[in-house]
Ligand binder design. Structure first.
Ligand SMILES: Nc1nc2c(ncn2[C@@H]2O[C@H](COP(=O)(O)OP(=O)(O)OP(=O)(O)O)[C@@H](O)[C@H]2O)c(=O)[nH]1
Ligand SMILES: [Mg+2]
Length: 335
């Protein structure tokens, strides 16, 4: 679980927004002891001397009342959970606890429990089917992290003993093809390319033929980044799907929408648009490192219930892993 240690470090480093917000609400001051999230229990003489002294410092408490709930709600909206989700989470925390004096740590634990409850049903790894090749189409707006995610996924599938073929369906930009070839080399996976400006649907067809002939387990198709308002690009995507269905009526078996966590609430409208266009089967959220906007994942889970297959926490090949609801919830609230 080394990965999730990294997630926690990166999320708490960059997006302890909610944790700090809760501390503020309860009224903790800078004078209170702040232990690093993953610090081991103090041990030995120094620990006995100082550990105990610190443990005796009482955490500030505040009675749960309407005013405090409103502050909590506002803070959660600010943290990108969205109004509906923030309201419901706050109501659940309040239930049966009005008037009770809570500490910031208790509030973080309550919030983590609520968030984990929302996230648990969507924490599902990319399903692997016996079908060969399993076709994974990867879509999203410009710069979301599609190509990087394909590189990372291909590498992990390779490591798990699967044979993978990648199709560089972004025939728009020469640099995109080169970028994918670099990832293919790193992952040890063949990358099918087509001349710049050629029809990505015909590349997708060729890639289907090749993946079938090779007996590949997985075919991952990269696509050009498309803004929601570019009708021509959206039609191009529909054509890719039509063409691969001529080879396999069940394909693509997975259509992954890659979302950039730093876009915050905009991720919600991206899901809505892409869902109309393609049968989105799951999400990958990238760039959870270095953003204070991880809260949008909670809003997405609550609103759409689409599986979150993986999250990206960096630019390196191993900076992607399965999504774990409890770990995420704890990291997000700064526990
Ligand atoms: N910090 C961080 N950067 C990431 C992550 N995933 C992708 N990136 C970076 O985001 C930038 C865009 O990633 P790409 O994979 O090229 O995105 P894309 O969706 O293929 O972009 P287009 O093909 O232009 O639409 C690159 O600089 C990546 O290194 C992540 O999880 N964390
Ligand atoms: Mg790309």
């Amino acid at each position: 679980m080394a990965f999730f240690t990294k997630l926690r470090e990166r999320l708490t480093r960059s997006s302890s927004k909610i944790g700090a917000g809760l501390d503020d609400i309860v009224g903790e001051t800078a004078a209170a002891p702040v232990a690093p999230a993953a610090a081991p229990e103090p041990s030995g003489l120094v620990g006995r001397l100082f550990g105990r002294a610190e443990a005796q410092v009482e955490e500030p408490r505040r009675a749960l009342d309407d005013e405090m709930l409103e502050e909590l709600e506002d803070m959660l909206v600010q943290a990108d959970l969205g109004v509906d989700t923030a309201l419901r989470v706050t109501a659940n925390i309040a239930e049966g606890r009005m008037g009770r004096r809570v500490s910031s740590t208790e509030l973080k634990q309550l919030l983590a429990t609520e968030i984990a409850r929302i996230m648990a049903p969507v924490a599902r790894p990319l399903p692997i089917y016996p079908k060969k090749p399993q076709v994974v189409l990867v879509v999203g707006v410009n710069g979301a992290g599609k190509t990087t995610t394909i590189g990372k996924l291909a590498s992990q599938f390779r490591a798990a003993g699967k044979s993978v073929v990648i199709a560089a369906g972004d025939t728009f930009r020469a640099a995109a093809v080169e970028q994918l070839q670099v990832w293919g080399q790193r992952a040890g996976v063949p990358v099918m390319v087509a001349p710049q400006g050629s029809d990505p649907a015909s590349l997708a067809w060729d890639a289907m033929v090749r993946a079938e002939a090779d007996g590949a387990d997985l075919l991952m198709i990269d696509t050009a980044g498309r803004l929601q308002n570019r009708q021509d690009l959206m039609e191009e995507l529909a054509k890719i799907v039509r063409v691969i269905r001529k080879k396999d009526p069940d394909a693509p078996h997975n259509t992954l929408l890659v979302l950039d966590a730093t876009t915050g609430q905009n991720a919600l409208s991206q899901v809505e648009t892409f869902r109309k266009l393609a049968n989105i089967s799951g999400l990958v959220m990238t760039k959870l490192d270095g953003t204070a906007r991880g809260g949008v994942l909670v809003a997405l889970a609550d609103k759409f219930g689409l599986p979150i297959h993986a999250i990206g926490v960096g630019e390196q090949i191993d900076d992607l892993d399965a999504f774990d609801a409890d770990e995420f919830a704890r990291a997000l609230v700064g526990l």
